[in-house]
Ligand binder design. Structure first.
Ligand code: UDX
Length: 455
């Protein structure tokens, strides 16, 4: 087989599915010098990508696509991937179903299309339940198979790809494809974890479930800290210096979201349940996260009174985290619906997610600038820690809002500086500072601008 493309130093790469994972994988392998053939079933996406344009926000990716476009082919035709490549990365989505199990229909469709020849290897990047690889191997005896889960974070995905902490390669012992995948990633550095297929599948689910557990844990510490007068940012700093704990993923906030954590935690819980094991800890992780998104309501009522009817609440940030326009499982979705349920008027600003958010947030007034969203507001809620919100001019903000109240859902601001500028401030797991009794209420100063918000 020495003359087949997969054996060359820079073998051509097939990528199946031009979603977020697929495009990051494709552009990064092209940047590393591989020819890349991307198969995508939606013709419009193929057309847009073939012109070198991207339809999502991921820092660094547009540049990589433009630079390497001559080495990338986008096609709807699986035959072209099979003809031109041996190593085919499966990057289709596996969304949750009503039962909590992952929907594997797109993966199964790909498996049907690729045949059963040992000339080809399927490399699974899509997050699948443990046992999926074994089931595919039972069905396709000859096709080589590797589980190579992705650990990319949105917003820093290109960097994460190019500088991985570790690369997990799960394959049957002696399978040529395991070595081929290891060779692809070796130039990037990072620990190489060679293991069996089931363990590789479990590493992905367990890693995300553990990180989500860390977040729910620190969120519960934050909630207790609020009751007993501790500051969770100090607590996290003190905990994180213990190398057994580590400082990362200890930022308390208003809950985790995104395309991975909520889905993967539920999928692992469901996987355990399907085999008769009750994964109690994950139930708590999920419940804490759901409640965390709603705690903002209590903080608003503490300052604005029991009724939020007619109060204008401005949400700063809508995406599930900064540097992405991804709205999947964003805390803003639950929060805005709860606020509207309470009768509040909800306005919002996000630097990049506005377009995606507008379809998902009916009744929310999405504005083009933070100040437009904050005009006449009774409270500002920082939902996503976009760095530009930390730069906001507090004096201008004070003059713009009707009631100077800031609920900082990501502990982005310095509470004392905010209080010194005349605001009441509530973070997460930190002592509240300032109060509306001492803060200046602008409602008597600017009634004309506020007519629409006080009805
Ligand atoms: C995650 C995993 O990190 C990545 O390895 C996996 O492949 C995909 O899922 P991503 O969803 O892009 O990546 O975002 P991440 O940066 O991990 O944050 C997830 C959520 O947790 C965000 O909503 C973020 O705001 C929240 N979070 C994160 C916290 O609330 N506190 C923290 O300390 C860290």
């Amino acid at each position: 087989m020495s003359n087949v493309p997969g054996n060359s130093e820079k073998p051509p790469i097939g990528v199946i599915g031009a979603g977020w994972v697929g495009l990051v994988t494709a552009c990064c392998f092209a940047e590393l010098g591989h020819e890349v053939v991307v198969r995508e079933i939606v013709q419009e996406k193929v057309d847009v990508l073939s012109r070198g344009e991207l339809i999502m926000h991921e820092p660094g990716l547009p540049e990589l696509l433009k630079k390497n476009i001559d080495h990338m082919t986008f096609t709807t035709d699986m035959g072209e991937v099979l003809d031109r490549t041996r190593l085919m990365f499966v990057c289709v989505d596996t969304p949750p179903t009503y039962s909590g199990d992952a929907d594997l229909s797109r993966v199964q469709q790909v498996v049907r299309e690729v045949g059963d020849s040992n000339d080809h290897a399927l490399i699974m990047k899509s997050t699948v339940p443990v046992g999926t690889g074994a089931a595919i191997r039972r069905d396709k005896h000859d096709l080589a198979y590797v589980s190579c889960p992705e650990f990319l974070k949105e917003g820093t995905a290109v960097d994460d790809f190019m500088r991985p902490d570790r690369v997990v390669v799960g394959a049957d012992a002696g399978d040529w494809a395991g070595d081929a995948v290891e060779a692809l990633y070796r130039p990037l550095g990072g620990e190489m974890v060679r293991t069996d297929i089931a363990s590789a599948e479990m590493i992905k689910l367990a890693s995300n479930a553990f990180l989500a557990t860390k977040i729910s844990f620190i969120n519960e510490i934050a909630n207790v800290s609020e009751e007993v007068g501790a500051d969770v940012t100090e607590v996290a700093r003190g905990m994180g210096l213990d190398t057994r704990i580590g400082p990362k993923f200890l930022q308390a906030g208003i809950g985790y979201g995104g395309s991975c954590f909520p889905k993967d935690v539920t999928a692992l819980k469901q996987l355990a349940g399907n085999s008769g094991y009750h994964f109690q800890l994950l139930n708590a992780v999920i419940e804490v996260n759901e409640l965390q998104k709603r705690r903002v309501i209590g903080k608003l009522k503490k300052h604005l009174g029991d009724s939020l009817v007619g109060k204008k609440i401005a949400l700063l940030g809508l995406s599930f985290k900064p540097n992405t326009d991804d709205m999947r499982e964003a805390s803003s979705l639950v929060l805005s619906a709860r606020l509207r349920g309470e009768g509040a008027i909800v306005s919002a600003f996000d630097p990049v997610a506005a377009e995606r958010a507008s379809e998902l947030l009916p009744g929310v007034e999405i504005e083009n600038s933070p100040l437009a969203a904050l005009e006449g507001a009774d409270a500002a809620v920082i939902v996503t820690e976009w760095p530009e919100f930390a730069e906001i001019d507090l004096a201008q903000l004070h003059a713009t809002m009707r009631t100077p109240l800031i609920i900082d859902g990501r502990n982005l601001l310095d509470g004392n500086a905010v209080a010194a500028a005349g605001f009441a401030y509530e973070g997460v797991g930190r002592p509240s500072v300032g109060s509306l009794d001492t803060a200046t209420d602008n409602s008597s100063q600017a009634p004309a601008a506020l007519g629409a918000t006080t009805e």
